[in-house]
Design a protein around this ligand. Structure first.
Ligand code: UDX
Length: 453
């Protein structure tokens, strides 16, 4: 089948390369000419595990091509997938400008074939219907087109695996024929396929991300309660996860959720729900709870370190999660803002194994971006583990002690072996757990920390 995918971000490019790998002829279009030039040379201009090799393989096989003009997509292919960005406006509303500008550029075709446009981008409920009405109003009557919604649940960092092993494929259409064509197209993928209407498919995506956000915020609030009451959150989370009704995923407490999707989609859902007269108070609270986490971390740092304004703090990790070079809406950025707001004189060094280049464009001036963990930790009075990259687990207690001015680690992701580090003279304070021995009272532990500082 001939397919066009519009948008060469993680979702668009992975979808394009994935369908090409399944044997289809795919053209991927993006208005970003630099990105297209890079892709045409076989270089994926961002980090996504395994993506470059399937792009290269399919370009060489002649099944995948790139361009920057999507206007002939409907004329030249049977199916067109839209995977353009729908960023958040300040109000929380999703900006659909890129989507409409693509839809409004599609040119008519002369043969009789009915075309299918599939919206992959996360969009407000009712967008597929609006897109179809817009296309039908503009195109000549002989150009028949259906717009469907197939939301994308892939995660950054494991997008290729998620394409080939999807948890589910939700096909939202208004006609049984289109549903059947799309089911056939996805049949070789192993995930369960479910057919529904377009509005339900659109809401299913927003609801999935909101549900994950709620789970994370719940985890963080229980972790805070564990800290205050002398319980050990990782044990609590383990126990929760053993209940199949709850499940073990998305219960890790830390600095909260970031990234371009969860943050944007939860805000959008809250706004859409308000407008629809069905306020999502639970999701709203999850968003608020997430925003509080950097302040919580800074307060913990203040308990461990006297006069932070005159100290140097190293941040280990800047990406919103490990395995990506993406710093959009990353907790690290909120943490830096909070550190600087409460302690204007603080010196901040930072290192990320994959996201240094992206971070340089977003972190405020004065934050020193370093080329290694050692460089960031040199002379630091405390360090905060912001992103749980594997590399940080390899740092030995004696390295922390040798490099740092004071070996105090605030482990914002419970990534390190706190017990082992504490036993070797490094103060490692996790999230939802007591600084040293789990049985010690919170008051004693924080007194010990102040003494250390
Ligand atoms: C998310 C959804 O998982 C995916 O289905 C959707 O298509 C896009 O949005 P992604 O943004 O790639 O994917 O990141 P994800 O792996 O979901 O993590 C989101 C954030 O939550 C990260 O900042 C991560 O660190 C945080 N997180 C995740 C936690 O704080 N605790 C957890 O237990 C899990």
């Amino acid at each position: 089948m001939k397919i066009t995918v519009v948008g060469a971000g993680v979702v668009g490019l992975t979808t394009a390369a994935g369908f090409a790998d399944l044997g289809h002829f795919v053209h991927c279009a993006d208005i970003d000419t630099a990105k297209i030039a890079s892709l045409s040379r076989g270089i994926v201009p961002y980090h996504e595990a395994g993506l470059e090799s399937i792009v290269t393989r399919n370009v060489s096989a002649g099944r995948l091509s790139f361009g920057h003009d999507p206007s002939k997509a409907l004329a030249e292919s049977e199916m067109t997938f839209l995977a353009v960005g729908t960023p958040s406006e300040d109000s929380g509303e999703m900006a659909l400008g890129a989507l409409w500008s693509v839809v409004d550029r599609f040119e008519p075709w002369t043969d009789k074939g009915r075309r299918v446009v599939v919206i992959k981008s996360t969009v407000p409920i009712g967008t597929a219907e609006r897109a179809e009405a817009r296309l039908r109003a503009r195109l000549p009557e002989n150009c028949e087109v259906d717009v469907a919604s197939i939301p994308e649940f892939m995660r950054e960092g494991s997008a290729v695996r998620d394409f080939f092993e999807p948890t589910r494929i939700v096909i939202g259409t208004a006609s049984p024929e289109t549903a059947e064509r799309l089911t056939l197209l996805h049949q070789r993928l192993p995930g369960p396929i479910m057919s529904t209407d377009r509005r339900s498919a659109e809401l299913a995506k927003l609801a999935a991300n909101a549900c994950l956000a709620v789970k994370i915020s719940f985890a963080n609030e229980i972790a805070a309660l564990a800290e205050q009451t002398g319980a050990d959150y990782p044990s609590v989370a383990h126990s929760l996860g053993l209940d199949p009704r709850i499940g073990p995923h998305f219960l890790a407490a830390g600095l909260g959720f970031g990234g371009s999707c969860l943050s944007k989609d939860t805000r959008a859902l809250v706004r859409i729900a308000d407008e629809a007269g069905a306020p999502q108070t639970v999701v709203e609270a999850a968003v608020r709870a997430n925003a509080m986490l950097p302040l919580r971390m800074v307060r913990k740092l203040e308990a461990a370190l006297t006069d932070p304004s005159r100290r140097k703090v190293a941040l280990l990790g800047l990406a919103f999660k490990p395995g990506t070079d993406d710093v959009r809406e990353a907790p690290s950025l909120r943490l830096i803002a909070e550190l600087k707001r409460r302690h204007p004189g603080i010196a901040i060094s930072a290192y990320d194994p994959g996201a240094n280049a992206a971070a340089r464009k977003l972190v405020p001036s004065g934050v020193e971006i370093c080329e290694s963990a050692e460089e960031a930790l040199k002379g630091a009075d405390a360090a905060i583990v912001v992103t749980e990259w594997r590399e940080f687990r390899q740092i030995k207690a004696h390295d922390f002690k040798n490099w740092m001015n004071r070996p105090i680690i605030m482990d914002g992701r419970n990534a390190l072996d706190a017990a082992a580090l504490n036993a070797q003279g490094v103060v490692c304070i996790g999230v939802g757990r007591l600084p040293a021995a789990p049985k010690e009272s919170a008051a004693t532990a924080s007194r010990k920390l102040s003494e250390l500082a």
